[in-house]
Design a protein around this ligand. Sequence first.
Ligand SMILES: Nc1ncnc2c1ncn2[C@@H]1O[C@H](COP(=O)(O)OP(=O)(O)O)[C@@H](O)[C@H]1O
Ligand SMILES: C[C@@](O)(CCOP(=O)(O)O)CC(=O)O
Length: 313
Amino acid sequence: MKSKASAPAKVILFGEHFVVYGVKAILCAINKRITVTAETIEENKISIKSNIGNLELEPGGEITEINSPLKPFYYLANKMIRSQKGGIQINVESDIPLGVGLGSSSACCVAGAAAISGLFKKISKEAILELAIEAEKTIFENTSGADCTVCTYGGIMEYDKKNGFSKIESEPNFHLVIANSKIEHSTKSVVEGVKEFKERNENTFSTLCKKESKLVEDVLELLKENNISELGNKITKNQEYLETIGISNDKLRKMVQIGQNKSFGTKITGAGGGGCVFALTDESNLEETMNQFKDENIDCFSVKIDFKGLDTF
Ligand SMILES: Nc1ncnc2c1ncn2[C@@H]1O[C@H](COP(=O)(O)OP(=O)(O)O)[C@@H](O)[C@H]1O
Ligand SMILES: C[C@@](O)(CCOP(=O)(O)O)CC(=O)O
């Protein structure tokens, strides 16, 4: 028996960090994917193969004792296999760069949850999402669940901690150029740095939260109108707020400047401190924007919104 699923990467378009303090963020899924194939096997083992390494263990192991980036897959396989005889072989194929804020971990957990559960029974998307969030918590306990949600449902969504997510139904036709600083970041430590900034600058931070909230409300209107150039101005504004809270650095600032030359607006996406920036473009300035990064030897690629989300085969 074989089961296969794939899930997309994601970008935070607006509101990272402020979302931690209750402000609404806007995220979208992008057309880079992780595909997971699961197969039942006769041997009593869980075997995981990926481009980042392999893991082979018997079922029934203690999850807290496993020290491997492939732990979420083991968690899922172990949970689904229960008392059944035999084992599971899992194969992971990815075109999402890892550890740079594009949600490779969430895509793994969502595709993994769907492929592995699919070996035993058909479950709803809601149930797959729930399983995926449980699996993601084995590597990042404090996940808000926003990343797994957008990987599951695809498209663009607004998200806040209190009300959860709500899909944005407009389908803006933009391209994002993603440029990778190749500096891996630790979301946890960057988030801690922002907390320290907040404690030292309570008034400034509270003003920024209000400004970000207003910006996000404006963006929701602009998305309905598909007003790309004005959306670009909001991206530039959002980047200023991210600079103020100290999550940028020389390399990211340089990359933002390069993106600004030809795109409608460029900003950091995700935690910052490293990771990626994205530049908003359409057909008219996509190539020129890509060339700006390439001329400076910065790794970049273009993506579109993925409206499909989780796909099962
Ligand atoms: N190709 C892959 N194969 C197996 N696991 C992967 C792969 N890509 C990502 N992962 C999982 O996701 C983790 C990276 O997640 P994280 O550091 O949060 O970065 P990101 O911002 O890309 O989600 C890895 O440690 C691993 O657990
Ligand atoms: C900084 C933050 O807003 C986003 C982090 O994004 P990422 O892990 O870099 O994809 C933290 C969070 O929302 O939990």
